[in-house]
Design a binder for this molecule. Structure first.
Ligand code: SF4
Length: 273
């Protein structure tokens, strides 16, 4: 595998959902079309494959590939993924965990969301304690980690500079999120939003799946809860839970602690049971 380049689809990276034949979205319209096709076919595997090769946001494509080529000193001997990080976890998840975007040297390096960075260390330790992950650590794709009845997605699937996607980039990526939710909505009973960005991204996702979204939209906070009646055909209801993002800044300053994460994920697991 050539070093310093994004990983070619289908070249043997653990968990790579794509092949050289996977269609590539080059702009926002193609994202919408390719996502809708995968939903129509009922193919979550094809959806994640298409997500993982997307090139619709020029600034993010350039950034993720530049980071993958330059690397950071402590990872200079490693191949970086350098592609969008697709949704990952249980295909029939009862708990959907929504994050912001992959970290430049975390998901953008390992190819798996919240894997290989400090945020992921804190998050997976909590998921393990709460029975939603098989291992307390998540270090690399192919490390044996598994989500249990849960699935993780990012609202924006490419690592953005300074962790700040633009509004256009958020909107361009939204059809991937909406399509993924459409394909797991039958089983999903709880949505945990990590941070305000994910909370905001969840409303259009829910609306696209036919949920009646309250107005004004409920405010984000740690431990915020909103119960939404599911539209006909999906059955039951969905619980939306707010959780402070386990970013390095939030964990270092004590804004979010392991106990606070455990509280949210225990609640999520109980509600999804
Ligand atoms: S952020 Fe989303 S829409 Fe933009 S290039 Fe990445 S995967 Fe494609």
């Amino acid at each position: 595998m050539p070093d310093g380049l994004p990983v070619p689809p289908g070249s043997g990276w653990p968990g790579d959902p794509a092949t050289p034949a996977t269609p590539v979205a080059a702009d926002a319209a193609q994202v919408r079309t390719l996502a809708a096709e995968a939903v129509q076919a009922g193919r979550l595997d094809e959806l994640t494959a298409r997500q993982s090769v997307c090139r619709a946001c020029p600034r993010l494509v350039e950034w993720r590939e530049q980071v993958a080529a330059v690397k950071r000193a402590s990872s200079r001997n490693q191949q970086y993924w350098g592609r969008p990080v697709p949704g990952w976890g249980d295909d029939d998840a009862r708990v959907l965990i929504v994050g912001l975007a992959p970290a430049a040297h975390g998901g953008n390096r390992t190819g798996r969301i919240f894997t290989g960075d400090r945020s992921g260390d804190v998050l997976f330790a909590s998921l393990y304690r709460c029975g939603l992950a098989a291992l307390p650590t998540s270090t690399a794709a192919g490390d044996g980690q598994r989500l249990i009845g849960a699935r993780m997605v990012a609202a924006v699937r490419c690592a953005p500079p300074a962790n700040k996607p633009s509004v256009t980039e958020r909107d361009t990526c939204a059809p991937w999120l909406e399509a993924e939710f459409a394909l797991v909505a039958r089983s999903a009973r709880v949505i945990v939003c990590l941070g305000g960005f994910a909370w905001q991204a969840a409303w259009p996702m829910l609306r696209a799946a036919g949920f009646a979204v309250p107005r004004p939209r409920p405010k984000f906070g740690h431990g915020s809860e909103v119960t939404l009646a599911a539209p006909p055909g999906l059955g039951g209801q969905v619980l939306l839970l707010g959780c402070y993002h386990p970013s390095q800044q939030n964990t270092f300053t004590g804004r979010v602690t392991p106990a606070m994460l455990d509280e949210v994920f225990s609640r999520a697991r109980r509600a999804a049971a």
